[in-house]
Design a protein. Structure first.
Length: 391
């Protein structure tokens, strides 16, 4: 039993890769509710809580966290298998920033007291997080954010507006950046906080997107109190913590999961349209498959670095760029191959099946914006990786 109350079922990394894959696959196939497979929209927590609470009880909720913190401690190859099997079986994701980002951040930057207090409720899915970085005037230029946090006794008082906050209305907590200083570089005036969204002064308003869904939100913070021990890292050192979160976000978005799901849809649409053996099509899909293979190889390299406890550098931008732009090229080809159905929203009848033709497009387009847009990733690669001179 670990200090986090989770009994590691066994050392997963001691299993062979294929043995591990078979085990995970059969669990998913036996237990994941059929009606939740491949949802064409993001599911609410209340629609999938039974599944994730089961994963939590089983000790499978945090596959990448170290075992001593209650995770499965999977090595990169095993983690990839786990994610691939989730993706293959069409398992919906919940808003799991707590698992994907805050857990790893607290393990790296949190105090032992914060780790003991904050990690267990994340593992039990009682506390689920959204990301409060972007503001109306601060997206790509994140360091220009205007939300302020002012010390007041043992607390901080936060004022400002966050925007594009995914699923804020369906989670319990937000991690956010706020300005706590006024001297020096803009980046050196920012701190990183964890906020309970039930606090007085928080107002959440939904935003409708191009697919007609309401996943994005504006979050208004009006004299909201945050206890001092919900500051992560030192005062005015939030930029370092924030960059680390972005690294986790970029490696996650950079996993082959998204483009692999796109390839599956592409094959389905091409099959339904009788194009599976068309040489022009097979040439195109072969090129895209190779791109996904390259992505997988690079992803494994970055995942290995994380496993060794290394900080991800600016080159992780390459991964995010490659994954999302490959996904976008696949999504564009889906539309082309679908013919007249390529312009229809919702599930369209193709070859006797109902197919959500535009679902990849709806996911691919925003993936080149969130977590830092493609243009911003190219700037990072040019300046910080290739050291090219500024124009
Ligand atoms: C689906 C979705 C979900 C999101 N979820 C969240 C979330 O949960 N939490 C959160 O905090 N944010 C979230 N975001 C916000 C996202 O991080 C921002 O949209 C993104 O950082 C871009 O910022 P912006 O929208 O202000 O665009 P801007 O920064 O205004 O950029 C507009 C355009 O200008 C380009 N541009 C900007 N600066 C440069 C530059 N220096 N060089 C070249 N081109 C440049 C951009 O690439 C873009 O094309 C989400 C966004 C989307 C689309």
């Amino acid at each position: 039993m670990t200090s986090y109350g989770v009994a590691p079922e066994q050392d997963w990394n001691a299993l062979g890769n294929e043995e591990f894959r078979t085990l995970v696959r059969s669990d998913f196939e036996q237990h994941y509710p059929a009606h939740l497979r491949y949802p064409s929209r993001r599911l609410l927590w209340s629609e999938q809580d039974d599944w994730y609470l089961r994963m939590a009880r089983k000790g499978w909720i945090a596959p990448s966290w170290p075992v001593e913190f209650g995770g499965m401690g999977l090595a990169p190859a095993k983690l990839l298998i786990f994610l691939e099997e989730q993706e293959r079986w069409g398992i919906a994701r919940f808003q799991d920033h707590g698992i994907r980002m805050i857990g790893p951040v607290l393990i790296r930057y949190g105090t032992p007291a914060q780790q003991r207090r904050l990690l267990p409720p994340i593992l039990r899915c009682e506390q689920r997080y959204c990301q409060g970085y972007s503001e109306p005037e601060a997206g790509s230029d994140l360091a220009g954010l205007r939300t302020t946090a002012t010390p007041d006794g043992a607390d901080w008082v936060v004022d400002g507006t966050k925007i594009w906050t995914t699923m804020a209305y369906d989670v319990t907590h937000m991690f956010l950046l706020a300005r706590t200083g006024s001297a020096g570089a803009k980046q050196a005036q920012i701190s990183f906080f964890l906020l309970d969204l039930a606090m007085p002064g928080v107002t959440i308003r939904k935003i409708r997107d191009m697919a007609g869904e309401e996943e994005l939100c504006e979050v208004f913070l009006d004299r909201v109190r945050i206890p001092g021990d919900n500051l992560v890292g030192a005062v005015n050192q939030g930029w370092t913590v924030a960059k680390s979160v972005l690294g986790f976000e970029r490696i996650h978005v950079g996993s082959p999961a998204l483009p692999t799901s796109g390839l599956r849809l592409l094959e389905q649409v091409a099959g339904a349209r009788g194009l599976a053996d068309d040489t022009a099509f097979t040439d195109q899909i072969a090129g895209l498959r190779l791109d996904v293979e390259h992505l997988t190889a690079v992803y494994e390299e970055f995942a290995l670095r994380l496993e060794r406890g290394e900080e991800l550098g600016p080159d992780v931008s390459m991964l995010k760029l490659w994954a999302t732009e490959t996904f976008q090229r696949i999504a564009d080809l889906v539309i082309e191959v679908a013919g007249p159905a390529g312009g229809c929203a919702g599930a369209v009848e193709l070859g006797g099946e109902l197919v959500p033709v535009l679902s990849a497009y709806y996911r691919a387009k925003p993936s080149t914006i969130y977590g830092g847009s493609s243009e911003v990733q190219r700037n990072i690669i040019a300046k910080q990786v290739l050291k090219l001179p500024s124009a």
